[in-house]
Design a protein around this ligand. Structure first.
Ligand code: AQP
Length: 339
């Protein structure tokens, strides 16, 4: 964990408003770290709606999900007094810096991104847009625009982070040191990848089958049902063996992250017990952990003017930094800086 002196350093991260509710993977892989980093970094967190456009959402649903996502950030503990919380599309410099970065990114380099390959394979040729291809460059712009030193994300974003670092280094090599801050990924190993409850070899994902996901806003009985129906492995013994027992290891990782007990400690506690015991107890733990989250989200959504005020204030603070950093980079490229 960073020391007090790092309060001068910035953390940036974003989540796409692509679903009504975030899931447990988003929370344990990213959002939990966002909240913790607030005591040691100046944090900038965004609802990245421009990214969400890459999958062609319905405009009304997108607008509603932007607000729901922001409310969930706040419910998780993002503190708008300490951190900057804003909607990406309110700060035009994200798109402007993306264009500059597009012009220094190799076509082959962007084409190597595995998430693009996976998503484009799923969508088929007709569904794939230039926007989807350019997603990692927009993500690099998001990060570099705030001179971010660290980026708390899950494992699936590691390759995109590497591209952001490469682009920052390229900017410094071509346009002079100090053009960009080279960011570092902040990935917590134990929760870097939470797996689908029905397919513990695939990551829990908003686009996965509902039965494999725990949504943070799910009703308690839905949460309990999904955990109790999670796929487990052959054998009966509860052991920590991610390679051979990925289903049980996933449940232990979730249990561990929600309680602070290590997987090894949990294995000891469940010695001689059946998989079913573990599932019943984890269901209770998850229901109780998510109850206040659901209630707080509902409160933030019930007060639209407060939510708007928080987001407007966040956009103003984000714009101040973005304008300055974009101006510095644009000048070095030799293009005009808007007045
Ligand atoms: N299963 C996961 N385990 C750990 N971290 C995860 N993240 C996502 N899934 C897991 C992290 O959550 C943050 C937000 O992700 P996002 O919404 O911006 O994009 P995503 O990774 O595309 O989210 P999904 O749910 O996985 O959606 P799809 O279905 O589109 O692939 C990121 O920090 C991510 O690492």
């Amino acid at each position: 964990m960073a020391g007090v002196s790092e309060l001068n350093r910035r953390a940036f991260s974003g989540i796409q408003p692509t679903a009504d509710s975030l899931h447990l993977g988003n929370y344990l892989g990213a959002l939990k770290q966002w909240v913790e980093l607030q005591s040691s970094f100046q944090c900038v967190y965004s609802v990245v709606d421009l990214h969400a456009l890459t999958v062609g959402p319905d405009p009304a649903a997108l607008r509603q999900r932007v607000r729901a996502t922001a409310a969930q950030f706040l419910a998780a503990g993002v503190d708008p007094e300490r951190s900057i919380l804003f909607i990406q599309s309110q700060v035009p410099e994200h798109a402007m810096l993306t264009w500059l970065l597009n012009c220094i990114t190799g076509f082959g380099e962007a084409g190597r991104m595995t998430q693009f390959k996976d998503k484009s394979a799923r969508l088929g040729e007709k569904g794939v847009t230039v926007g989807l291809f350019d997603y990692p460059v927009l993500m690099a712009a998001d990060i570099l625009l705030y001179d971010a030193h660290v980026v708390p994300v899950g494992e699936d974003q590691r390759q995109h982070l590497e591209l952001s670092r490469d682009l920052a280094e390229r900017l410094n090599a071509r346009y002079g040191e100090g053009t960009a801050v080279v960011p570092e990924a902040y990935i917590v190993k134990s929760t870097a990848k939470i797996y689908d409850l029905q397919d513990p070899t695939a990551k829990m994902s908003k686009t996965g089958h509902p039965s494999g996901i725990i949504e943070l806003l799910d009703e308690p009985k839905v949460i309990a049902k999904r955990i109790k129906a999670a796929v487990t492995d052959s054998g009966m013994e509860i052991t920590w063996d991610p390679e051979n027992k990925p289903g049980i290891a996933n449940l232990l990782s979730i249990y561990s992250a929600l309680t602070g007990k290590s997987p090894q400690q949990l294995v000891q506690e469940y010695e001689g017990k059946m998989y079913g015991h573990l599932k019943v107890d984890l269901a209770d733990v998850a229901v109780e952990a998510l109850r206040p989250f659901r209630e707080k989200t509902a409160l933030f959504l019930a007060d639209p003017s407060q939510l708007d005020a928080i987001l407007d204030q966040g956009a103003a603070r984000a714009s101040e930094i973005a304008r300055q950093v974009y101006g510095r980079v644009a000048q070095r490229f030799g293009v005009s800086v808007p007045r």
